[in-house]
Design a protein around this ligand. Structure first.
Ligand SMILES: Nc1ncnc2c1ncn2[C@@H]1O[C@H](COP(=O)(O)OP(=O)(O)OP(=O)(O)O)[C@@H](O)[C@H]1O
Length: 254
């Protein structure tokens, strides 16, 4: 499903946090959101996923204005992996992933074999099947992150929003999770801090600064030394990585 944002504005009290953001993501595309701390990535993701209402503007998913889509229907189509999401209850890993099936169940339908199969498949995709009986509280930070991603996958969404999904993950699992995201047949919008991972796994990148879009394009178009200096205040050398369209960024003098 495509995602289109038209002139989104959102703020708190007198402060505007998301400033007139328009973007569009094609079906099956992976869009990266990058920008300094506090530039509005999480806020924008929440607006796009329908977790917050914009003050102005609108979001269309699959061509429909999400403000007019019933919450339950939206939850069947859209999954959100939050930054540092917590699960407080004393449950096992498999039960956490089962929560992903909630939007697909009605008061009348029981737990089905298809629900159970979606949970098993999601656990396997994040390499956590071996931990399914383990109490959630005893997982490491990286394992928790992978379980939250499994819960989103168990939801079998058409659009996946991920807020810094590689937080807490070792480099092997960072690459595994982003490769999985890229290879899923889904539209994905992902906030990332690691610019080289964004270059490797995103079809296009949007750069946010102070809540506004300052660049949008392929990694090659966007990740230039001039832009990185202006937005992140770092000096870089950007060279071809050997993979077409994926530049490699090396940070130079500090
Ligand atoms: N509910 C809120 N009330 C007040 N300020 C908020 C609220 N939500 C976000 N902000 C502020 O808006 C700005 C953008 O926050 P946001 O979390 O969207 O940025 P971010 O780009 O995701 O940051 P980071 O890279 O640090 O995670 C920050 O200055 C934050 O303090």
């Amino acid at each position: 499903m495509s995602v289109v944002a038209r002139n989104l504005v959102w703020g708190v009290r007198r402060r505007t946090i998301v400033q007139d953001v328009s973007l569009s993501v094609a079906e099956g595309e992976v869009l990266g959101l990058i920008g300094p701390n506090g530039s509005g990535k999480s806020s924008l993701l929440r607006l796009l996923a329908g977790l917050r209402r914009p003050a102005l503007g609108r979001v269309e998913i699959g061509g429909r204005d999400i403000a007019r889509v019933p919450r339950r229907m939206l939850a069947q189509q859209v999954a959100f992996v939050q930054q540092n999401a917590a699960t407080d209850t004393n449950v096992c890993v498999r039960d956490v992933v089962r929560l992903g099936r909630t939007p697909h169940r009605s008061a009348l339908s029981g737990w089905s074999a298809a629900d159970e199969a979606a949970v098993s498949a999601a656990l396997a995709r994040v390499d956590m099947s071996g931990h399914q009986a383990q109490p959630w509280q005893t997982l490491s930070g990286g394992e928790r992150q992978r379980v939250h991603i499994a819960r989103a996958l168990a939801q079998t969404p058409r659009v996946l929003f991920l807020d810094e999904p590689t937080n807490h993950l070792d480099i092997h699992h960072q690459i595994e999770i982003l490769r999985l995201m890229r290879d899923l047949d889904l539209t994905s919008i992902v906030a990332l801090h690691d610019l080289n991972l964004a270059a490797m796994f995103c079809d296009r990148i949007v750069v946010l600064q102070a809540g506004a879009v300052v660049a949008c394009g392929t990694p090659e178009e966007v990740l230039t030394p001039a832009l990185l200096r202006a937005v992140f205040r770092v000096e870089t050398e950007v060279t071809p990585s050997g993979r077409p369209g994926q530049p490699h960024i090396r940070f130079t003098a500090t």
